[in-house]
Design a protein around this ligand. Sequence first.
Ligand SMILES: [Zn+2]
Length: 364
Amino acid sequence: MNKTGRAAVYHAPNTPFEVREYPVRDVNADEVLVRVTMSTICRSDIHSYQGHRPNPCPGILGHEIVGVIEQIGNSITHDMRGEPLIVGNRVTWTEFFHHGHSYYGDVHDMPQKSKGIRKYGHDLATEDPHFTGGFAEYCYILPGTGILNLPDDLSDEEATPLNCGVATMISVTEAAQIKMGDTVVVQGLGLLGLYGCAIAKARGAKYVIGLDAVADRLTIAHKFGADLTFDVGTKSEPDLIQAVHKACPPDGADVCIEVCGNPGVVATGIDMLRTGGRYIIAGLVNPNAQLTIDGNLMLRKMITMRGIHNYHPRQLIQALDFVMANRLRFPFKEIVDSKFSLDQLDEAFSRAADHSVLRAAIVP
Ligand SMILES: [Zn+2]
């Protein structure tokens, strides 16, 4: 293969992206080359861009990616479900990859926590195969990635967030053990929170309460299954806790999910739970998210608390099946509410960072 592709390169935190060309080479036997049709800016891309966490430079950010197979190595024949993978198929894939055996994968069934696991959007753009991030014309799918064919009638807008936000919320709601008739509080109504509301409903929750301080998000959350929303910016903490208890008789919510990234909300969330309630931390992705919680209250209320990071590859399949089964019930298409070209990546990042768009899509 003798061609090049364009990529928006990240040189250092808070500096403009530079669109550069890199060579596109033939795949190895265990690789797939995809022509990117859409990628979306995840909150964690913004954390990287703003320098809140280390990311190799120069690099190509972006891990929520869909694309069409352009070339496929001869040792790759089927997707995770066992369907044939061929040139021309549109696919999604796990945002992480790990090749070979691992203690956490083999012994504890947590392949997403394998030592040495790598993620798309976290490698040097200067090193072969250059294209391992979303904000580019091409991406190489590397060994140890779970690949999944996408149905033709699913739009790129619906498919792109599957391999990060949606699959993560499948993992979170599974850990929360949401059962038929449960009441669920979701703290934070960004992309994770909206999918959280919808998946909680699909899992049988009777009543879902969404909390956020952004008015537009409170409005859109109702389309994604929230029965009740509260603006945390206009209500005092005791009032919020009381309002949740009133809405979840007799003694508070069964489940509370933190997806807002603010450690200060955890104690409030625990106060919203009934005795025996479950609390899931999923948004505290940056280091030093210190908590102040009353251990005695945890004990007396018999609270179960879990942290959830990323997802098991099978949960990507569940994410796709959830969206396919519920795309007429919930307007997933509306979550990706803006489109930018590679050359407009700076604008896209600033719009995503200041919350003036919900999910910015890059169409290279
Ligand atoms: Zn992400």
